[in-house]
Structures are given as structure tokens and as C-alpha cells.
Design a binder for this molecule. Sequence first.
Ligand SMILES: *Cc1c(COP(=O)(O)O)cnc(C)c1O
Length: 223
Amino acid sequence: MEFKNYNRIKEEILLFQEHHKRKISLIAVSKKQSIEKIHGLINYGHLDFGENYVQEGVDKIKSISNPSIIWHFIGPIQSNKTKLITEYFNWVHSVDRLKIYDRIKNEANSLGKKINFLIQINISKENTKSGININDLDAILDGIDPNDDFVCFRGIMAIPSNTTNINLLKTEFSLLNKAFISLKERFHTVDTLSMGMSNDYLLAMNHGSTMIRVGSKIFGERI
Ligand SMILES: *Cc1c(COP(=O)(O)O)cnc(C)c1O
């Protein structure tokens, strides 16, 4: 199996890191992609994968059953799914209310399992998208325990407006980066700004992203 775009993205990241002295991690978004393709990318040495749907993700995690893989949950969260998410995933990018945080914290503590999480910001303000309004961030932060042994607050995630308007994307990425910078001052554990997908990852990297989530550009169209 060949992943030409994957190799190209890795090269782009290496060049960027050299030039900007800032590390970027790449999450391969494998939702609606076959197990065979995921195995193909694992054979390239890739370890970070993102899934959006709990049952699909859990089925793949069980089937692949490789403890070196780091699984990122990046989809909307229903509170009755927090137990499965905590049991099978390592990162959760889409925490958008304290109820979800509290449930993940309790599950992680009872499993004795470390979970890294991000708060999802709805930067486009489209009500079809999950996440909190950026102005409501402070309210949720007051409920977060930065010293919990198992649940570690690492930063924020966002999906920008679905647009080709570069200026709008730049505005949204800049607002997110500003929020990220002030979070880093308040929480010693914060080091992650998860933004940038197949069509905008270079722009996102240039606006402070530390983690990009790329699906179709690596794997091709979803099934
Ligand atoms: C699907 C998805 C991605 C990847 O999207 P592509 O455009 O295929 O790169 C990234 N992040 C989230 C939250 C997604 O749902």
C-alpha cells in the first residue's frame, strides 16, 4: 500500500519544524477507512490515529489490538459513551461540557488509566458543530482539576468554518491561537492546539497549531 500524500505531509512537517523550531504532531484520521488501510499506515511507522464514532473506533481498536498505537477520539460525545471512550482511547479532543469531563475523570481514575484531553471550541459558531463558544471557555476551566493524576488537560481543539475564504480561516485560527497562548500561561499542562485538516493544515500550522488531524488527504475518500 502506498501513501504518497502521507510522505509529503511528513516532509512538510519536518521542514516546518526546522524552520520554526516548533513541533507538530500528525493525527491520521481513520474514520470510515478500512482496517487494511490503517494497518498499511502502521507499517509506515505511524502511531497516532483519530476516530469520530465510538462504536466504529472501539471495534477497530479491538481488532488492531496494538498497544503502541495512540488512539484519539475526535467526534461528538454523548455522556453514555464516556465509559467506552475512556476505556479504549488515549486522547479525547472533543470535551465540550463539565459533565463529560467529570465522567471521563471518574472512569479514568477507576481504571487507573491516563487520558489526555482537549476542550473543543466551536469557532465557526455553526450550530451543527460541537464545542463551546470561545467566550465560555473560562466557565468550564473553573471546573477542571489541573493536578488530577489520570486526566490531563492538554489544550484546545477546533474545526474552522467550512469555507474557502482564507481570511475567515486566518481570523478563526488567530483567535484560537490567542486563546491557546493564554491557556498555557494559566495551566502548566497545556501544550496542544489541535487544528488543521486536509485542506487547511499548512495555514493552521502557520497560525500556531501543534497538532494537525488529516484524514482524506492521507487515506483517500471515506467509504
Ligand atoms: C473528519 C475529521 C477530520 C479529518 O478531515 P479531513 O478533511 O478528511 O482531513 C479532522 N478532524 C475532525 C474532528 C474530523 O471529524
